[in-house]
Unconditional design. Structure first.
Length: 126
């Protein structure tokens, strides 16, 4: 008699390997989607902040241009950027210059007005 019995373990091994591969692909695709979503939120936030900064910078430039005439005293102005930040600009007259451009910008700086409390929690399921 023939006592050689084949149990078919190779078929089960390939099925288990295929299931593990599909599970790993699903988990990596889920992580990629979550990362892309976080990157989009960050990009939208930074784009809004940049747009706000350039709008306030344009306003400050217009203020500096309006102050560009003879006899301008040293002046300081603050322009609101966000609820916690402002753009501070100060100008001084340049002595001896009579034509346009008789002022110098001595400060053009974004300043944080309040203490900022950062959210250091992680969104992990408890």
């Amino acid at each position: 008699m023939n006592d050689n019995v084949n149990l078919g373990t190779h078929v089960g091994t390939s099925s288990i390997l295929l299931i593990l591969m599909v599970l790993s692909l699903i988990s990596f695709s889920t992580l990629s989607i979550a990362n892309a979503s976080a990157d989009k939120r960050l990009t939208d936030t930074l784009a809004a902040r940049t747009q706000d900064y350039y709008a306030v910078s344009h306003e400050a430039s217009a203020w500096v241009a309006s102050m560009d005439h003879e006899g301008t005293p040293a002046t300081f102005n603050s322009f609101a950027l966000t609820e916690n930040q402002s753009l501070e600009v100060s100008i001084v007259p340049v002595p001896g210059k009579k034509a346009s451009g008789n002022i110098a910008i001595t400060r053009w700086q974004v300043v944080t007005d309040d203490d900022i409390e950062y959210d250091n929690t992680l969104p992990v399921i408890k």
